[in-house]
Design a protein around this ligand. Structure first.
Ligand code: PLP
Length: 415
C-alpha cells in the first residue's frame, strides 16, 4: 500500500522519530481541544439541539428553527452577543465584504492596523481599482504597517487622536505575507491602546484560520466583530460552504440587512438542508482543528530537521493553523505542493500548476484534493509564485491523513 502511495518506510520511520520530539506540544493541543469540545457541547445543550433543527426551509426561509438556533450556538462558542451564520455567504471574503459595506458609509475611514489585508480584499477595498470597491463609494482607506510582527501601538494611538476613524480592521492570520500571525495577547494589547483614545471606533477582526486554536476569541478581549469562513476551522470539514459574522448585536443586524435587504435582514435566508452539516461540523471542529495543528507541528519539526526554513517553529506558540515552509527555490516549492496533492483523497492524480487565479496578484499554485472545493481545513497547501517561495500549508481532517500527506510531500522533495 505504501508503494502504491509513493511513500517509503524510511520516511515514515523518520516521522516517527520526529513525533517523539513534539509529544508535549501535542498534549497542549489536546488540552485546548478538550476545553473547546466542552464549550461546544455546553452550547448544544443550552440551545437544546434536537432532530427538528435538521429540518430546513426553502424559498424566503422564514421561521427556520435550526438556522436561528445555530446562530445562537455560534454566538455562545465565539463569546459573542450575536452571530450571523449563513450559507448565503459564499466565502470568508464575501462575509468580510458584507461586513465592511454594512458598517462603512461614504466619507468615513477604514483603517487597517495589520498592514495590507488579505489579497482578495484588495479589490473589495479598492487598493486595486474596481468599480464596485469601497473606495468607489467614497469610503476612505488607510493602513498602518506592523513593525517586527507586532502592532505599531504608538502610531495607531497618534493616528486616532488626529483623525476620526469609523472602522479598524485587524487581520490575525498572515494571508500570503511573510509576517507572523497575530496572537490573542497582542490583539488584547492593541484593543486596550485603541480604547484609551477612541471608545467608538468599530474594531473588526478577520478571524480566519484562528478559531479553536486557542481557548478565547478576539471578542473575549473587546473586539466588536469577528468574521470567518465555514470551509475553514469552524466548519469542521463537514459544512459544505458558508461563513459567519459574530459580535455586537447591532452590528450583526446591520450585516444581516446588507447580506439580504434592508427591512428583511436575517428573517430571510433559507437553510436549504445544510443545518445538520453545520451543526455536525461545529461539533467536530475542536478535534479537527487539533488534527490540523498536529499536522502543522509535525511538518514544522520534520522539515526544519531536513534543513528547510519554517515558520512557526514547532515549539512556538500558535494562533492559527497555517504552517509556512520557506523554500527559497521555485522548483522545490512546486514539488512540495504537488506532493501534498498526490496524497489527497480526491483528485490525487491531478498535478497542480501555477495559474492566474481571480483575486490574486501573482500566479498561485494550490494543492487541494478536498471533499469540499477550496476547503482549507482539509489538508491543503498553496503559494504565490514569488520569492522567497513560501508554501502556506494548512488543515488535515485527521492527523493520520495529515501525516501521510506530509510523508508524500517529503518524498517529492527527496527526488
Ligand atoms: C482564507 C482567508 C480569508 C477569506 O478567504 P476565502 O477564501 O474567501 O474564504 C480572508 N482572510 C484571511 C486571513 C484568510 O486566511
Amino acid at each position: 500500500m505504501l508503494e502504491e502511495l509513493g511513500i517509503t518506510k524510511e520516511t515514515l520511520n523518520y516521522l516517527k522519530e520526529e513525533e517523539a520530539k513534539v509529544k508535549d506540544i501535542f498534549a497542549q493541543i489536546d488540552d485546548t481541544c478538550r476545553y473547546n469540545s466542552l464549550k461546544v457541547l455546553s452550547a448544544f445543550h443550552k440551545y437544546n439541539v434536537q432532530e427538528g433543527y435538521f429540518n430546513s426551509t426553502t424559498g424566503y426561509g422564514y421561521n427556520d428553527l435550526g438556522r436561528d438556533n445555530i446562530e445562537k450556538i455560534f454566538a455562545y462558542v465565539l463569546d459573542a452577543e450575536d452571530a450571523l451564520v449563513r450559507s448565503q455567504f459564499i466565502s470568508g471574503t464575501h462575509a468580510l465584504t458584507v461586513a465592511l459595506f454594512a458598517f462603512l458609509r461614504p466619507s468615513e475611514t477604514m483603517l487597517s492596523i495589520s498592514g495590507a489585508p488579505y489579497d482578495t480584499l484588495h479589490e473589495v477595498i479598492g487598493i486595486k481599482p474596481n468599480n464596485s470597491s469601497l473606495i468607489s463609494y467614497g469610503i476612505k482607506y488607510d493602513q498602518i504597517d506592523l513593525i517586527n510582527d507586532d502592532f505599531d501601538y504608538h502610531k495607531i494611538s497618534e493616528y486616532l487622536k488626529e483623525k476620526k476613524v469609523k472602522l479598524i480592521e485587524i487581520q490575525r492570520s498572515k494571508g500570503y505575507s511573510t509576517r507572523k500571525s497575530i496572537s490573542l495577547d497582542k490583539v488584547e494589547k492593541v484593543i486596550k491602546t485603541i480604547r484609551e483614545v477612541d471608545k467608538e471606533v468599530i474594531i473588526m477582526v478577520d478571524n480566519c484560520y484562528c478559531e479553536f486554536v486557542e481557548k478565547e476569541t478576539p471578542l473575549t478581549y473587546g473586539a466588536d466583530i469577528i468574521v470567518g469562513s465555514l470551509i475553514k476551522n469552524l466548519g469542521g470539514g463537514i459544512a459544505p460552504n458558508g461563513a459567519y459574522i459574530a459580535g455586537h448585536h447591532d452590528l450583526v443586524e446591520l450585516a444581516s440587512e446588507r447580506l439580504t435587504c434592508p427591512g428583511e435582514g436575517r428573517e430571510v435566508g433559507p437553510s436549504l438542508g445544510i443545518n445538520k452539516a453545520i451543526l455536525q461540523g461545529l461539533y467536530m471542529a475542536p478535534s479537527v482543528v487539533a488534527s490540523a495543528l498536529k499536522t502543522a507541528v509535525l511538518t514544522s519539526v520534520a522539515l526544519e530537521d531536513l534543513g528547510y526554513q519554517v515558520e512557526p517553529k514547532y515549539n512556538e506558540h500558535r494562533t492559527d493553523i497555517v504552517q509556512n515552509i520557506i523554500f527559497n527555490d521555485e522548483q522545490k516549492l512546486i514539488k512540495y505542493i504537488q506532493g501534498i496533492q498526490m496524497a489527497s483523497p480526491i483528485d490525487s492524480n491531478s498535478l497542480p500548476l501555477p495559474w492566474d487565479m481571480p483575486g490574486y496578484e501573482d500566479q498561485v499554485i494550490m494543492a487541494s484534493g478536498s471533499f469540499t472545493q477550496g476547503s482549507s481545513i482539509e489538508l491543503s497547501a498553496d503559494a504565490p509564485i514569488r520569492p522567497p517561495y513560501i508554501a502556506y500549508q494548512q488543515g488535515g481532517l485527521t492527523y493520520e491523513y495529515g501525516r501521510l500527506g506530509l510523508a508524500r510531500a517529503i518524498e517529492e522533495l527527496k527526488k
